[in-house]
Design a binder for this molecule. Structure first.
Ligand SMILES: [Fe+2]
Length: 169
């Protein structure tokens, strides 16, 4: 797409995260099916449902702006998927695959957080109140999920890795 204005850039970035969210919605059930820990599986499954709502929020933003959906692709989401697939080919034991998937979810959330922070800032610059509110909602969910998977990663490691040191926080 031809990017000349802040609106064009906003739509470009919106298209990027829209593609990423749709890829992530397909990856989350795969990650959930591979983990051996119930709380981790529940977190990934709940976030899949949240992700579907986030996709609807993004579609609403395109509607509000009266814009066509750009066919932007997000190469970062492709790379995260490839990283997972490559790791799986190494044949890791289930405990390590669980830890890897929690880490992969954390990486994904942090990428999304950065995207949404940028989008929220641009929506504010443009005075797009309703988009601002919808994007803030997505951002809050990603921040909560990032904290949740990081906590799970630590707890799971302490329970399943022999001689794990107890962290003091
Ligand atoms: Fe997310």
């Amino acid at each position: 797409m031809d990017v000349q204005t802040i609106r064009d850039l906003f739509l470009h970035d919106l298209g990027d995260i829209y593609d990423a969210e749709r890829k992530i919605a397909k990856m989350l059930p795969i990650l959930a099916s591979e983990v051996i820990d119930n709380p981790s599986r529940e977190a990934l499954q709940e976030h899949e449902r949240e992700t579907l709502q986030q996709i609807a929020n993004l579609e609403r933003c395109f509607q509000i702006l009266n814009a066509r959906m750009p066919n932007t692709t997000c190469p970062v989401a492709d790379a995260l998927q490839k990283e997972h697939d490559n790791f799986l080919k190494e044949g890791p034991p289930q405990v390590l695959l669980t830890l890897f998937n929690l880490g992969a979810a954390a990486k994904t959330e942090h990428y999304e957080i950065a995207c949404y922070r940028g989008l929220v800032a641009k929506a504010k610059l443009m005075g797009e109140e309703e988009c601002y509110r919808l994007l803030e909602e997505n951002l809050r969910q990603e921040e909560e999920m990032a904290q949740r998977v990081e906590r799970l990663e630590q707890q799971f490691g302490q329970q399943h890795i022999p001689h794990a040191q107890q962290a003091d926080r």
